[in-house]
Every structure is written in C-alpha cells, then in structure tokens.
Unconditional design. Sequence first.
Length: 107
Amino acid sequence: MNENNRDVFDAIADPTRRRLIRLLAEADELPLHELTAQFQMGRTAVSKHLTILKEAGLVVDRKVGRETRFRLNASPLREIQDWVAFYSKFWSMNMLRLNQLFEEEEE
C-alpha cells in the first residue's frame, strides 16, 4: 500500500474523483476554479474530493498567490494496474484451460 493514509482503491471508487483524475491527466496543472467549473457542485464539494485524492497521493497541490493549483501524481495508480494485471493473467489462464477442455471434448 502507499505511504499515504488513504487507500487508492477507495480514492478512485467515486466517479467524481475518477473524472478529476482524468481532467488532471489531460493538463499539466489546473486551478481549483477551473476544476470546479467542470462539475455541477460547489467549490467545497470539489475541494473535498481533491483532498481525498491528495490523501491517496494521487494529487499534488501548490499555492500560486491566492490560487491553489492541482496536478496529477499517477504513480499510486500502479497499485491498481498491478492488481488488474494479476487478475487478467488469472482469467487468461482459466480461459485457456476452458478452451483445452472444449477441444478435448470435441476429439
């Protein structure tokens, strides 16, 4: 698990947070007001979602004057990629076995 205090799987479970990750992936850095403009919710609600992403290590923020800017740190997503890859291999092997069984049945 990551060194931060929130589980990456928990952080990406919410569709709003997944959309925030996508928006940040498509830009180098975005200020809070530009992110908020993409959602039908207030600044406080978007900030709460960004805080959860920060706690999981997925988002980094910095102050520029009175503005807070956010950028994606995708490295914690590796944990999800590794998990999916394991089960992808698992299902591939099972499908291969199933295929072999069908071929044996036909002979």
